[in-house]
Design a protein around this ligand. Structure first.
Ligand code: ADP
Length: 545
C-alpha cells in the first residue's frame, strides 16, 4: 500500500518563493564591492533572480549547464545562485583563494560556460579565461560606470540583467537534478567536484535550521562570514530564506574591524565562520575594548575550534559557541556540539573539554568510526579510526567519477578524517588521516596539541607536524607564531604543555615562525609545513641526546 500524500518536489526555487511570499520585506544587507552598504529584500532578490534566469536563457543556457561564480558574499551573489538554478542550470562557486592555475583546471573540469565575477577578481579571470575552452561569457557583478577596461569582453551585470524582465517561470526541474557545485580544495590530490541536488540542498537546510543544529529563525539577523564559495556556503543561502532570517553579507571585507562594524550596526544575532576569522575578531575586540551586544550565537567549524576561542566568546562577550564539523561533501554540516539535558551541572573544566569536541549528528546524518579493515570501533570516546558518514545530503560520488575509493559499496563515505565517538554519540576529530603522527606505532593527535598550544597567552597560532625520527619513525614538532611583542621561549612553551598532555605526546622541539601557511579554505597547510621542515633534525634524533 502506498501513502496517499503529495509528491511535492524539494526544489531550491521553492525556498526563495517561500521567502518572497512570507518574508518578502525581510532584509538582505551587503557591504558592496564598490564600497557602500546596500539594502534589499527577499522579494527583490527573487524578482531579480527571475530576471537573471530569463536573461541566462536568452544567452542559450540549457538545463544542467554549469555557470560559475567568483564572488564575495553580496546580494548579487545570492541572486546568481537562485537565478542560475532557477534557469535549470548549476551554480558553481569558485574559490578565488586558489592559485589561478587551479581555478582554470577546475573551470575546465566543470566545463563552466559563463562566469559571474566580482570586480576584485577581474585580473585572475584575465589571466586564465583564454585557457578555459568552455567559457563564452564573463559578467562582472557591477554596473557599467564601475566596469574598467578589460581584455575579456566582459559585460556589466546590472545592464546585462536589465535586458530581461521578471515575467518568467522557473524552468521545471526534478528534485534530483543538480543545483550546485563546489570543488574540495584538493589538499589531497586534485580538486574534486561535489554536485548538490535541489533535494539535498533543501533537506540540508531543513536539517540546518533545527534548534539542535544552527537554530536559525525569523527572529535572527544572520551574518554568513563563511564565503558562499566555501563548502556550499554552509547552506546558509538556503537556510536563511527558508525561515525568513535577515541576511547581513560582509562582501569583500572580513577583517576584525569590518566584521565588528557590521555586527553592531546591523544588530547581527547569529554568525558562522572558520576559527581564524573569529580569532581576528577577538583580537580586534580586545585591542579596541569593543563589544558585540546583539550577537547571541556563533557556529565555528571548518577547522578545530580551540578552547581559548570558545571561552573568550562565552565568558567575555556572552556569545554562545557551537562547534561544528562538516565537509564540502556533506553540504556541509556533519555534527554540531549543542548542549543536551545531560550537560546540566557540568563544572567549567568538564564543560569546556566537552565543547572542544565536534558534536553530535542531527537527524539526517549517520556516522561511524572504523579501523583500517572496516570493522566498527566502540563508542567509548577513545578508540579512534576512520570517520564515515551517510545521509541524504552526503555525496554519493564526485563529478566525473574522481576519487571513487572514498565511496564504499554499502553507501558509507570515508571522510578522510580520524575521530572517536563517545557513548553519548559526541564525536571528536583527532586529525585528518594524512596529518596524524605515528610515533612508535602509536598515533598522536596534532589537533589536540595545537588546541593546547594556542591556549598559551603569547601564542597567536600553532601547528604540529610529524618529523622523521630514527627511533620512533616520527615525532611531533611544534611550530608557533608568537604574539607580536611577546618574548616566548622554547622552554616556556614546553613547560606550559608539560602535565597537560601524555609525556610521549610532548613535542620534541618548538620552532618560532612569522606565519603559518593556510589553504584556500583557511586550514593550516600541513603539507607545505612538512615540506619546509623536511630536513629538520630534531634534537632528540641526535645520537648524543
Ligand atoms: P577543503 O577540504 O576543500 O579544505 P572542507 O571545508 O570540505 O574543505 O574541509 C573539510 C575538512 O575540514 C574536514 O574533513 C575536516 O578535516 C576539517 N574540519 C572541518 N570542521 C572541523 C572541525 N570543527 N574540527 C576539525 N576539523 C574540521
Amino acid at each position: 500500500m502506498l501513502g496517499l500524500m503529495q509528491d511535492w518536489p524539494l526544489l531550491c526555487t521553492k525556498v526563495i518563493d517561500h521567502a518572497a511570499e512570507h518574508h518578502g520585506g525581510r532584509e538582505v544587507v551587503s557591504r558592496s564591492v564598490e564600497g557602500p552598504i546596500h539594502r534589499t529584500t527577499y522579494r527583490d532578490v527573487r524578482r531579480r533572480s527571475l530576471r537573471l534566469a530569463k536573461r541566462l536563457q536568452r544567452d542559450g543556457v540549457k538545463r544542467g549547464a554549469r555557470i560559475a561564480t567568483l564572488a564575495w558574499n553580496t546580494w548579487r551573489h545570492l541572486e546568481c545562485w537562485y537565478g542560475i538554478l532557477g534557469a535549470g542550470a548549476v551554480y558553481h562557486t569558485l574559490n578565488p583563494r586558489l592559485f589561478p592555475d587551479q581555478i582554470a583546471w577546475i573551470m575546465n573540469d566543470a566545463e563552466d560556460e559563463i562566469v559571474f565575477a566580482d570586480l576584485t577578481f577581474l585580473p585572475i579571470l584575465e589571466a586564465i579565461a583564454p585557457r578555459v575552452s568552455s567559457l563564452r561569457r564573463v559578467v562582472v557583478l557591477t554596473d557599467a560606470a564601475h566596469l574598467p577596461l578589460n581584455t575579456l569582453d566582459a559585460v556589466p551585470y546590472e545592464e546585462w540583467l536589465a535586458e530581461a524582465d521578471e515575467d518568467f517561470a522557473w524552468v521545471p526541474a526534478e528534485e534530483r537534478d543538480a543545483a550546485g557545485m563546489c570543488y574540495t580544495s584538493g589538499t589531497t590530490g586534485m580538486p574534486k567536484g561535489v554536485v548538490y541536488s535541489h533535494r539535498s540542498n533543501v533537506l540540508h537546510s531543513m536539517i540546518a535550521v533545527q534548534p539542535d543544529a544552527m537554530n536559525i529563525s525569523a527572529r535572527d539577523r544572520v551574518m554568513p562570514v563563511v564565503p558562499l564559495f566555501h563548502a556550499n556556503g554552509w547552506g546558509i543561502a538556503f537556510s536563511c530564506p527558508m525561515v525568513g532570517a535577515a541576511m547581513i553579507m560582509p562582501g569583500p571585507k572580513m577583517d576584525g574591524a569590518s566584521i565588528h562594524e557590521l555586527l553592531t550596526s546591523e544588530r547581527v544575532s547569529f554568525s558562522a565562520a572558520v576559527p581564524t576569522v573569529w580569532m581576528m575578531l577577538l583580537q580586534h575586540l580586545q585591542a579596541t575594548g569593543g563589544a558585540v551586544p546583539d550577537l547571541k550565537r556563533v557556529v565555528i567549524g571548518g577547522a578545530a575550534c580551540p578552547r581559548v576561542v570558545c571561552e573568550a566568546f562565552e565568558k567575555r562577550y556572552g556569545v554562545e559557541v557551537v562547534h561544528a564539523w562538516g565537509m564540502t561533501e556533506l553540504s556541509p554540516l556533519g555534527t554540531l556540539n549543542v548542549p543536551t539535558a545531560d550537560w546540566e551541572g557540568l563544572d567549567d573544566e568538564a564543560l569546556y573539554r566537552l565543547k572542544e569536541k565536534q558534536g553530535r549528528v542531527p537527524f539526517g546524518v549517520e556516522m561511524k568510526v572504523t579501523d583500517d579493515q572496516g570493522h566498527d570501533l566502540p563508542r567509548d570516546g577513545r578508540s579512534f579510526g576512520r570517520l564515515k558518514v551517510r545521509g541524504p545530503a552526503v555525496s554519493s560520488a564526485y563529478h566525473k567519477g574522481a576519487g571513487a575509493e572514498a565511496f564504499e559499496a554499502d553507501g558509507w563515505f570515508d571522510t578522510g578524517d580520524v575521530a572517536h565517538i563517545d557513548a553519548s554519540g559526541t564525536m571528536q576529530i583527532t586529525d585528518r588521516a594524512k596529518d596524524v603522527i605515528k610515533s612508535g606505532g602509536e598515533w598522536i593527535s596534532t589537533i589536540e596539541l595545537e588546541n593546547l598550544a594556542v591556549g598559551h597567552p603569547d601564542v597567536t597560532e600553532a601547528a604540529v607536524i610529524g618529523v622523521p625520527h630514527p627511533k620512533w619513525d616520527e615525532r611531533p614538532l611544534l611550530v608557533v607564531v608568537p604574539r607580536e611583542g611577546a618574548s616566548l621561549t622554547r622552554q616556556a612553551m614546553l613547560d606550559y604543555l608539560s602535565g597537560r598532555v601524555a609525556r610521549w605526546w610532548m613535542p620534541d622541539d618548538v620552532v618560532f615562525v612569522e606565519a603559518i601557511p593556510h589553504t584556500a579554505t583557511g586550514k593550516i597547510q600541513k603539507m607545505e609545513l612538512r615540506k619546509s621542515f623536511a630536513d629538520y633534525r630534531l634534537p632528540s634524533a641526535d645520537p648524543v641526546a
